[in-house]
Write a protein that binds this ligand. Structure first.
Ligand SMILES: Nc1ncnc2c1ncn2[C@@H]1O[C@H](COP(=O)(O)OP(=O)(O)OP(=O)(O)O)[C@@H](O)[C@H]1O
Ligand SMILES: [Mg+2]
Length: 355
């Protein structure tokens, strides 16, 4: 099942399902194509933003299972038949994988389509189809996010953008790509005239955007994110990656680790934040067209990896150690860090429709 919620807090009394069933206005959709999660957003006829999310993962059911497809449907387990094999999609694949001690497979890795996953494209297509449904009118625009090229990995942004774009188009929509961290500028910096620094802290990477009056002056990404923390914690603690993820997503506070495992999580979080900020400083030094900010700017962090306790405080602490040569107002977390990119893509769709 996809997860569905209304992201407008004032609309919390309304039943999400009912609201989602209302006809969508033809203003387009926002779509966050993430390594860990796929998130879509649309404005319904009441002006509420309806957000749906799905883990970007799938599981092939082993052939020894005699699968009763009717039962899967009855239990709302989404599945597809692909080349004579049965695959369970999204959140349900995680639940089943845990139950059967299997690993899920993932279409993306480090922010991009995974070169190691042969079924990445068809599985992503099935999941996008479930998430987006049908266009409210032929060619309804979908503004989706793509990462900036990584400074530490060779990745093919052209291939990734082209494939996702093609999948969205095949579903009957008109695709428009936008930079992931730039989307956060739209969702979180309206009151600052869309000026400031945004960091989308995801599962596969961290994406950074420095924007002046909505124009992205500097964007880049690093190929490290939540997965990188999990892999390293697992290695040094001698636990599985799944266990490391569970510890990290538990009630860790980066300022007050309560166990050796949590200390390891803190170490890798700090190392990752330092790494991103050192690269931001370096980019500021080598890029000549970065605007001269006269007023202090806000730094906004978003994405699942920013949800850990104490993240903004540690980020601010590390930022003070780096001389970025621009005045900083402070560091804050996006209003809803998990949906910030998808909401920003939707806002961009709406601005674009206004011409
Ligand atoms: N409460 C939490 N505390 C710490 N980390 C969390 C929490 N909830 C989710 N995460 C982590 O957030 C990451 C997923 O975040 P997100 O959905 O923003 O990534 P993504 O957009 O799919 O990936 P990317 O942008 O890198 O392609 C995972 O590494 C997950 O473990
Ligand atoms: Mg992301």
């Amino acid at each position: 099942m996809t997860n569905e919620m209304l992201s407008n807090p004032s609309a919390s009394a309304t039943n999400a399902q009912n609201a989602a069933d209302q006809p969508a206005l033809a203003l387009g959709r926002g779509l966050d194509v993430g390594t860990a999660n796929l998130v879509s957003s649309v404005q319904n006829a009441h002006g509420e933003i309806v957000v749906k999310s799905e883990r970007n993962a799938f599981l092939e059911l082993p052939s020894e299972f005699t699968v009763n497809k009717a039962m899967l449907t009855k239990l709302s387990v989404p599945y597809v038949n692909w080349e004579n094999r049965l695959y369970v999609l999204g959140d349900s694949s995680f639940e089943l994988a845990n139950l059967f001690s299997k690993d899920v497979r993932r279409p993306m890795c480090d922010g991009f389509l995974s070169p190691h996953e042969k079924d990445a494209i068809p599985m992503l297509r099935f999941m996008l189809e479930r998430l987006l449904g049908k266009p409210s009118q032929p060619g309804e625009p979908v503004h989706f996010c793509v990462p900036a090229p990584s400074i530490d990995q060779e990745n093919d942004t052209i291939y990734h953008e082209g494939i996702v774009s093609g999948l969205v188009q095949k579903l009957g929509f008109t695709p428009h790509a936008m930079n992931e961290a730039h989307a956060v500028v739209f969702s979180e910096l309206e009151e600052q005239d869309f000026t400031g620094i945004t960091v989308s802290c995801g599962g596969g990477m961290f994406n950074v955007c420095v924007a002046y009056k909505s124009i992205p002056a500097l964007t880049f990404s690093v190929g490290r994110g939540g997965d990188w923390i999990d892999e390293h914690v697992a290695k040094v603690m001698g636990v599985t990656t799944a266990r490391a993820t569970a510890i990290k997503e538990g009630d860790v506070d980066l300022r007050h680790p309560k166990s050796r495992e949590e200390e390891a999580v803190v170490l890798y979080y700090r190392s990752l934040i330092e790494y991103v900020l050192a690269n931001l400083k370096q980019r500021f030094e080598v890029t000549h067209d970065v605007p001269q900010f006269t007023q202090p700017v806000d730094v906004v962090v978003a994405g699942g990896t920013s949800l850990v306790g104490g993240f903004t405080e540690v980020f601010a602490e590390e930022l003070r150690k780096v001389d970025l040569s621009i005045p900083i107002n402070g560091v804050r977390r996006a209003e809803d860090a998990f949906t910030s990119v998808a909401r920003g893509c939707l806002i961009n769709a709406q601005f674009s429709s206004e011409g």
